[in-house]
Design a protein around this ligand. Structure first.
Ligand code: ADE
Length: 239
């Protein structure tokens, strides 16, 4: 899967996406991440990428031409209808369902907004989707783009070492993940639950499903409201 990232701050992407699982996935050619510097497409000696807002007011506005030219040069492809996503607090709020849908695409083009805002014609000329990573405002779309790319990339088969990791994720079946433990058995008087040491896999599965349901009910009742519980899950809750 490819990711084209249009940004004014390409250096911000140097670290995070080259480490760990996402770094390895790039080395293994499962991911192709292209960082495109919008400033390279700005005209004039000073390669200006922002300007004062029409109508007045504080702050600067990101210009449309450099973004459009960068997209036209590096991302435009008549045969590819993959989304062009604008990262912005005004977009639809990211969740695991959106992440899963996006991971089925051939690629994603991601535009990182900056300054006080961007010329709205960036939206109307090339953007097909707009995504927010939460109801708060960041200084720019770069961190949000990295969040999106990390979440989408790990859904691609082969990116995580163990395929089961995605299946056991929080949110995979609309529930939070169950608690995990590893050695030592006892830590400062806190013991690993007996059932996990029993070797009885049916009991372990049952315990995990119950813990998953209980956690979700306690911590995220909003998730329970929208989830349709299976007969088995109702039985586990009542047990
Ligand atoms: N840019 C600034 N704030 C953002 C947010 N919450 N989500 C996505 N992009 C952003």
């Amino acid at each position: 899967m490819y990711f084209n990232i249009l940004t004014l701050f390409p250096e911000m992407f140097n670290g995070p996406l080259n480490e760990s699982m996402i770094g390895r996935a790039q080395e293994n050619d499962l991911l192709d991440i292209n960082i495109i510097n919008i400033r390279d497409y700005a005209s004039g000696k000073h390669q200006v990428t922002d300007d004062a807002p029409y109508g007045g007011g504080a702050g600067m506005v990101m210009k449309v031409e450099p973004v459009y030219k960068a997209w036209e040069d590096k991302c435009r492809n008549e045969k590819d209808s993959s989304p062009v996503i604008l990262m912005s607090p005004q977009g639809r709020k990211l969740n695991q369902e959106i992440v899963k849908d996006l991971s089925a695409q051939e690629g994603l083009t991601v535009i990182c907004g900056h300054y006080e805002g961007f010329d709205d014609r960036i939206r109307s000329s090339i953007v097909t989707d707009e995504i927010s990573i939460g109801d708060y405002v960041l200084t720019g779309g770069e961190l949000a783009a990295m969040v999106l790319i990390d979440a989408v990339a790990r859904m691609i088969p082969g990116v995580l070492g163990d395929e089961n990791s995605v299946i056991n994720d929080s949110f995979y079946n609309g529930l939070l993940d169950y608690p995990h433990y590893t050695r030592p058995r006892s830590f400062k008087g806190m013991e690993v639950p007996e059932v996990l040491l029993s070797g009885n896999h049916a009991e372990i599965d049952k315990w995990r499903q119950q813990e998953s349901l209980k956690r979700t009910l306690l911590r995220r009742p909003d998730l329970m409201e929208v989830k349709t519980l299976t007969a088995e899950e109702i039985e586990l809750l009542e047990d």
